[in-house]
Structure formats: C-alpha cells, structure tokens
Design a protein around this ligand. Structure first.
Ligand code: AMP
Length: 288
C-alpha cells in the first residue's frame, strides 16, 4: 500500500488504475481506525477493484479548537490496518495541500445542514464536511464512495450535494458497527473513562426504547421519544436531542409510520456522541 501526500500523486495513482480498467472505491476518514472504518474498507474491497482511503482530520469541520487538538492521530497504525485490509493507497495530505493559502470556497447544503448536528455544532460543520468531501470526489473521482450509517445526517447532506452538483459517484452506506453493549464505535469513545464508558451505552438504550415503543404499536412520535428519553435518563445520560425525523428531509415526523430515522446526540463526560436507528414500520413486528 502506498501512502500519498499530494493531490498530484493521487491523480497519477488513480489514472494508472483506470488504464488497467480497475474500478475505484473511496473511503473518506479522519483516521484512528476502529471496526467501523474497517467495515467501510471491507465493503469497498468487495465492491471495487482499487480502494483509496483518505485520512484527513479536516479543520474546517471542527468548531471547537480543543476538539480538533484532542482528535486522535494514529497514522502509522492506521496505515498498517489499511494495508492489511487490501487498501491500495492511503491519501494523508497536510492541511495546506487541501486548503492552500487563499482558499475561499465552501460548499453549503442549505436546510439539511442547519438542523440537528448543524443546530448544535453550527451549520459551518457540514459546510466543512461538504467542502472536503466535494474536493475528495474531485481529486479521486471514485466510482463508489463509502460512508457509515453512524453519521446519518452526514449521509443525507452528502447525498443532496451529490445530486445537486451532479457529481458522478455512487454512495454506499455501511451499517453501524457496535460494541457488544450497543455503543456505536467512534474515535471519540477513547476519551471515555470507565464510568462514562458504561453510561455511553445510554444512547443505544434510548434508541432501542423508541424502537420497542414502535414495535409495541406506538405511533405518536412524542410518546415514543419520551420512552427513549426515560431509558437514557435511567442510564444517566441527558440527550442534546433525541428526535424522530424523515430520513430524506430530516423534518420531524408527525407519525411513526413508514421509514423513520431516530437520531440522538449526548455529551458523556468529555465526549460528544451521536447515534441513530432507522425504523421501518412496514418491517417491524408490531405486538399491538
Ligand atoms: P470518521 O473517521 O469518524 O470521520 O469516520 C469515517 C467514516 O466511518 C464515516 O463515513 C463514518 O460514518 C464511518 N463510521 C464511523 N463510525 C462508524 C461505525 N461505528 N460504524 C460504521 N461506520 C462508522
């Protein structure tokens, strides 16, 4: 596996693969690989001939300098992990390669970027995500790009950007990888001490309680979400938001019917964690 630092080197690598007729998969990441990242790389290996993983802790999507500074950076281990999974190239640029002096452009997806995570973190968070992902799509020009369901709003926003800007890439969404107690894997979990780590499972407990309520026949989102809040409170976690939304528009739903995305965010000790579950009432067994 090659580690590439420059846009020119990535373009040359991709051009060589294209000349051999190989399809290209891109896995955008910020590094500190865990089993969630590995699932994306394995899905990419399965679907594409050549896999490129980007590793870039994108300053434009952090609103708190401390959060950016505290973000784990483990490139040597990450490179070994990616190589072991059959990744062809790791693109790990310096910030100045992505944002050279005079950089002045931002990609903003209106509406979808302002709610939920955007409301909590500021809409500039998703502007930062979209700008860097748009650049990565232009640099790599992959056939397929792989994203985790864990960051559900990110997928919705990027899907909109791809449609609106006619970017010729297919998005493949990989299911959330979880710890045995349900906690979604995240690079931020490393910041949790033992007692916070135990409480962190409260996000998954809240989502499960919402799903259980729907499976029991509850169709009122306020009641289903209240059950989720109660489960989180019992685990000692207070959500920043816990909401039942339309999976395409992110607007709050009036009824738990059809496909409903339940999203949650909470601070647990020093870490801000997010999670979600997609409920399809056509699929769930109702006991009502
Ligand atoms: P990050 O490095 O945190 O920006 O994540 C890179 C990619 O991995 C994103 O598409 C995430 O949605 C995805 N990802 C992160 N955690 C998980 C997880 N637990 N399960 C599946 N995908 C994940």
């Amino acid at each position: 596996m090659k580690t590439l630092r420059t846009i020119a080197a990535v373009r040359a690598h991709v051009a060589a693969a294209r000349r051999e007729g190989r399809s290209i998969g891109l896995v955008p990441t910020m590094g500190a690989f865990h089993a969630g990242h590995k699932a994306l790389m394995l899905a990419a290996r399965e679907a594409c001939d050549e896999v490129i993983v980007s590793l870039f802790v994108n300053p434009a999507q952090f609103e708190e300098p401390d959060d950016l500074a505290a973000y784990p950076r483990t490139e040597a281990e990450d490179a070994a992990t990616a190589a072991g999974l059959g990744v062809g190239a790791l693109f790990a640029p310096a910030p100045a390669e992505i944002y050279p002096a005079g950089f002045a452009t931002a990609v903003a997806v209106r509406g979808l970027a302002d709610v939920l995570e955007g409301a909590e973190r500021g809409a500039s968070h998703f502007d930062g995500v979209c700008t860097v992902v748009c650049k990565l799509f232009n640099i790599v020009a992959p056939d397929v790009a792989f994203f985790g369901q864990k960051d559900a709003q990110q997928v919705v926003v990027i899907r909109r950007m791809v449609r609106d800007l006619d970017i010729p890439v297919r998005l493949q969404v990989v299911p959330t990888v979880r710890e045995p107690d349900g906690l979604a894997l995240s690079s931020r979990n490393a910041r949790l001490d033992a007692s916070d780590r135990e409480r962190a499972a409260g996000l998954a407990r809240g989502l499960e309680a919402v799903r259980d309520a729907v499976e029991a026949g509850e169709r009122d989102p306020a009641v289903a979400v209240a059950a989720g809040r109660a489960a989180m409170a019992a685990a000692g976690v207070e959500p920043e938001y816990l909401a039942a939304v339309d999976p395409d528009t992110l607007a709050g739903v009036r009824e738990m019917a059809g496909r409903v995305l339940v999203v949650v965010a909470a601070r647990v000790g020093p870490a801000r964690l997010i999670d979600n579950v997609l409920i399809d009432t056509e699929q769930v067994a109702t006991h009502a």
